[in-house]
Design a protein around this ligand. Structure first.
Ligand code: PLP
Length: 466
């Protein structure tokens, strides 16, 4: 290698062929690798990305899965990570390092009711840690003996590992991966647009939350130790619980001594206009998990944050042969490695210094307002969102709410992309309900960029359903 930048050089056709020959892409039917050239992204600045053929797109998905909160091309993050890597790239999390101490402190400032931070690599892993905490506590804490089961909500997603999938309420996504882990129990979703109890908000007594008690009692409250929920269901279709929902769920958790696990993997770090998604509600979960926006995807990082009482369940006496193994016996090689934590520190500084929460509120309101104008189209059944997070549900008939077909949805997505805009969608998650387009742009998005996104969607709707 002649100089340190040689490895950044490439030949376009060689890369395209290399992609086809060697890569197994995420979440795509494999047959398409044989015939279609996959998009290869080579550069990004702000919300704009460029592919290997030189075509530019406005990305309204923060990197495809809602994680690049501060936008692409942040030199200050790259420089901070570079400096840290030169100083100390890695040592296992059994010892401390400076970025992890600083970032844990920063997280706890943002979560004043919580006390300890456990770092890992991905959202799935952060949730697995939460499940392991609940399960181990059911063995070692006399007050929680036998409380090993974890409840989860229909339509929520908690990750790709078998444990996290066992806790995921997306039937189609789970297909083909069973059998799942024993001890995970589903309860109903809380999507008003398709109320599981056929009720209307205002006249429903929040039955979707109250009925959870039936599930607890059916399973046996003395067997349930945890309940995981997304503050706002993300990949399941941007589903916002009503304000009364979480206080009811929390009262049930407190009544039956169930630790609530709030999965902030998507909603955290300003996505919904508050730093945490659950801040929109009166709720105080025992465990909070987070990933994606943590380091704005400039590094792989996740965290499981707990209240003191959870941590205290693991304060064993190491000299007592009976309880000597009762500490949280878990490790993750890259959990808390210095590069990702440095990226997280700098990304969080940017969110604070550039008032990106404010932008999420202001421009988020504008995004939702603009998207609502699309309700004029017959195929737009529902538009919902909060902050810089929104979804459109497409239907063939507003009265029956019959979803559009998968083929139409694919065509619609292609037509948005033809306008050089990238948006997201529910993807092979539910039988017959993969009809929701989603928007989660970087927190730096401007009103002008929102206009471009909404115009692209309008054009695509007109083209697809002419
Ligand atoms: C709410 C939620 N939790 C957990 C995960 C899993 O995170 P990861 O893909 O980093 O494992 C995701 C991923 O999309 C998610 O949306």
């Amino acid at each position: 290698m002649e100089n340190k930048t040689d490895w950044l050089d490439y030949d376009v056709e060689e890369m395209v062929a290399g992609d086809k020959n060697a890569l197994w892409h995420h979440l795509k039917p494999h047959k398409c690798f044989e015939t279609q050239e996959q998009m290869i992204i080579v550069e990004g600045k702000g919300l704009m990305i460029k592919d290997i053929r030189g075509r530019e797109y406005l990305d309204a998905t923060s990197g495809g899965v809602w994680s690049v909160m501060v936008g692409f091309g942040r030199d200050s993050i790259a420089e901070a990570v570079c400096d840290q890597l030169k100083k100390m790239p890695y040592f296992a999390g059994v010892f401390g390092n400076i970025p992890s101490i600083k970032f844990a402190k920063k997280l706890l400032e943002k979560l004043p009711n919580h006390d300890k931070v456990y770092f890992s690599n991905s959202g799935s892993e952060a949730n697995e840690k939460a499940f392991k905490i609940v399960r181990q506590a059911s063995h070692i804490d006399p007050a929680r003996k036998g409380k090993y089961k974890i409840m989860y909500r229909d339509r929520d997603y908690h990750g790709t590992t078998i444990g996290a999938m066992s806790a995921t309420g997306q039937a189609q996504r789970k297909e083909g991966f069973g059998p799942f882990v024993e001890g995970f129990v589903e309860f109903d979703h809380c999507a008003c647009y398709r109320c599981p109890y056929d009720k209307t908000y205002g006249n429903c007594d929040i039955e979707c939350a109250r009925k959870v008690e039936d599930v607890i009692l059916k399973e046996g409250a003395d067997t349930i130790g945890g309940m995981i929920v997304e503050p706002i269901t993300a990949g399941g279709g941007i589903l916002l619980p009503v304000k009364e929902y979480y206080p009811i769920l929390q009262a049930l958790c407190r009544k039956y001594d169930i630790w609530m696990i709030m999965d902030e993997v998507v909603c955290g770090f300003g996505r919904t206009g508050k730093f945490w998604g659950h801040e929109h509600y009166e709720v105080d979960p025992e465990i909070i998990t987070m990933a994606k926006g943590l380091a704005s995807s400039y590094g792989a990082l996740s965290a499981t944050v707990v209240k003191q009482k959870v941590y205290d369940a693991f304060l064993n006496d190491p000299t007592d042969p009976e309880t000597r193994l009762n500490y949280f016996r878990d490790i993750s090689t890259y959990g808390g490695c210095t590069a990702a934590l440095t990226a997280a520190l700098e990304s969080t500084r940017i969110i604070e210094d550039e008032n990106l929460l404010d932008n999420s509120v202001q421009v988020g309101a504008y995004l939702n307002e603009k998207l609502a104008t699309l309700k004029k189209y017959d195929v737009v059944g529902d538009v919902r969102g909060l902050g810089l997070f929104a979804g459109i549900e497409f239907v063939t008939d507003k009265a029956t709410k019959e979803p559009i077909s998968e083929g139409q949805m694919a065509q619609l997505m292609g037509n948005v992309m033809a306008e050089n805009v990238i948006v997201g969608r529910t993807n092979s998650s539910f039988h017959g309900l993969n009809n929701i387009m989603n928007f989660a742009p970087c927190l730096t998005i401007t009103k002008e960029q929102v206009d471009i996104v909404v115009a692209a969607v309008a054009t695509a709707i007109e083209k697809t359903f002419k």
